[in-house]
Design a protein around this ligand. Structure first.
Ligand code: GDG
Length: 508
């Protein structure tokens, strides 16, 4: 059986400095993308993980490759040592200031000037070299996300007979947006060196195919209809068909459109845990008869925090009877080292201050802003306490918060459940169309959606929640993993080197 080599920019554990020595700790919570990816090593075949670590905290005994044994099993971690200058240029500048805004369709935020593309190439080349050192012919190298876009092309040069798969966690924009990138042909050519490429939803896959066809002689070989329940015509991200295979220079490239799901079992178990129940009781006690509106994200202009706060301000102005009766908990986890995020953080802080100043009293404040992460177990208790979960990104690859909120809701017949307001421009909207879908660019739509959610009777909430739960359960993290395994199996059989290709009439 071939090995799997995962290439992801972060290491699969936390590094903590204890008495001058680096200790590696397995994240306690299985929630999040790293534990999900690591679980692919759990089948006993072992594997390797390639990531970077900064030379900033380097110790003398730095080991380039370490063997890890943890709850999943044993695997190797190959670490690239990047200088602080490389990290800044490759990650904080090129990836976050130039690529990220275009992926999320913010042309006006495209910051081309500080980009040093040669450093981006150099870092991607180092990742490709490290992956090549871990891989034998026939092994699958699975590369994640746009900051490693050039790895497939370099890897194909270094190891022509490895299988290369790629997964995009972000949106893939339309051609007129993508083509703003000065390095567009190089990026697409690199992706065409893959044997498989995965996206969250059919729209992103279709966008990629259209761009690839416009740059190179790419043939669309296969497509499938999108399941009826995921294709409400006329919605921002709806598509009727999903391309599943393209051909370029005689090689097949398999395409998959499947959202990364949430860990349903873990969220359900956390929701039933006694500590969560205690926390929930405390939150309810604190809220009294006020209702909780909840918003959870990283601080990022794509997440629409500013627009959401403005809508909350309009709500309190338009419906004064809600003053003192609804509280907004706005978790907006602050990131560091990206200038654009600092600006948004300041805007959010200033808006929260303005709303509290206008509508608050000494005893009562309408918005609670939290800029540091809330532990996941507590977050689940807030999901349960929330009357409305308000998720209105301007653009989001998928959005896991909406799925987590749904799975945290109680199932019993008479339980009070929350309502979900979800942006049409989050990939999750394609699946979760029983939520209140909203266009976050329209004040009128934002205003009526939040009012509709607050006023929605329990019977309607429960009916919608039943359907939402069914879908989140069906498209959970296990189903995403199964889809990736299906694609890996296809990839193992295709684009075989000439001497391994079965001959006609000679197939077992
Ligand atoms: C990228 C894409 C795509 C948030 N606040 C706290 C906290 N979180 C956790 C949530 C959730 C995760 O962070 C956020 O996931 P999202 O999907 O909402 O967003 P991104 O971080 O932007 O992720 C996105 C995703 O990749 C997967 O492919 O869906 O579109 O942008 O799991 O729970 N967790 C804790 N405290 C917090 O305060 N513990």
């Amino acid at each position: 059986m071939s090995k799997l080599i995962i290439v992801y920019h972060r290491q699969p554990y936390e590094e903590v400095l204890v008495d001058g020595k680096v200790e590696r700790r397995e994240p306690k919570s299985p929630n999040g993308i790293i534990p999900s990816l690591k679980s692919f090593f759990g089948n006993g075949n072992g594997g390797s993980w390639v990531a970077w670590t900064s030379t900033e905290n380097a110790t003398e005994e730095f080991e380039r490759v370490v063997n890890i044994t943890d709850s999943i099993g044993s695997y190797r971690v190959s670490r690239l040592q990047l200088t602080p200058e490389q990290v800044k240029s490759f990650y904080h500048v090129t990836s976050k200031e130039a690529l990220w805004p275009i992926l999320h369709s913010f042309k006006e935020r495209y910051n081309y000037m500080p980009v040093d593309w040669s450093t981006f190439r150099e870092v991607n080349w180092q990742f490709a070299q490290a992956a090549a050192a871990e891989a034998d012919d026939g092994d699958i190298v699975w590369v994640h996300d746009y900051n490693l876009w050039l790895v497939p092309m370099y890897l194909r040069q270094l190891k022509p007979n490895v299988r290369i798969a790629f997964f995009h966690h972000t949106p893939f924009p339309s051609a007129d947006m993508f083509n703003v990138l000065s390095w567009r042909a190089e990026i697409i050519e690199s992706l065409l060196a893959c044997d498989a490429i995965g996206f969250h939803i059919p729209r992103y896959t279709a966008n990629f195919v259209a761009i690839a066809k416009s740059h190179f002689d790419v043939e669309e070989v296969e497509s499938i209809p999108v399941r009826n329940e995921f294709s409400s015509r006329g919605m921002a991200l709806s598509e009727e068909r999903a391309p599943t295979k393209i051909r370029y220079q005689g090689r097949d490239i398999h395409l998959s459109s499947h959202p990364v799901g949430v860990d349903v079992d873990y969220i359900e178990a956390t929701a039933k845990n006694s500590e969560t129940k205690t926390k929930l009781a405390k939150i309810r006690d604190y809220l009294g008869d006020a209702r909780l509106l909840l918003s959870v994200s990283r601080t990022d202009y794509t997440k629409g925090g500013v627009e959401l706060l403005l809508a909350f301000e309009r709500l309190l102005k338009a419906r004064p009877e809600l003053v003192g009766k609804v509280r907004l908990m706005h978790v907006s986890v602050q990131a560091s080292n990206v200038e654009a995020y600092d600006e948004v953080q300041q805007e959010i802080e200033s808006l929260c201050g303005r709303i509290n100043g206008q509508f608050g009293t000494f005893e009562w404040q309408p918005v609670a802003l939290l800029s540091t992460p809330v532990p996941f177990r507590e977050l689940v208790a807030y999901y349960q306490a929330a009357d409305v979960c308000w998720v209105t990104p301007l653009c989001d690859g998928l959005n896991l918060v909406s799925g987590e909120f749904v799975m945290a809701q109680r199932d019993d017949e008479d339980a009070d459940v929350g309502a979900l307001v979800l942006s049409e421009f989050a990939g999750a909207a394609v699946e979760l169309n029983e939520s209140i879908l909203v266009n976050p660019f329209s004040h009128a739509a934002m205003d009526s959606a939040i009012s509709q959610a607050i006023d929605m009777p329990q019977a309607e909430r429960r009916a919608r929640m039943r359907e939402l739960k069914r879908k989140v359960r069906e498209l959970d993290i296990k189903s995403w993993s199964a889809e990736q395994d299906r694609v890996f199996a296809l990839v193992r059989e295709s684009n075989l080197p000439k001497d391994e290709e079965p001959e006609y009439g000679n197939v077992a």
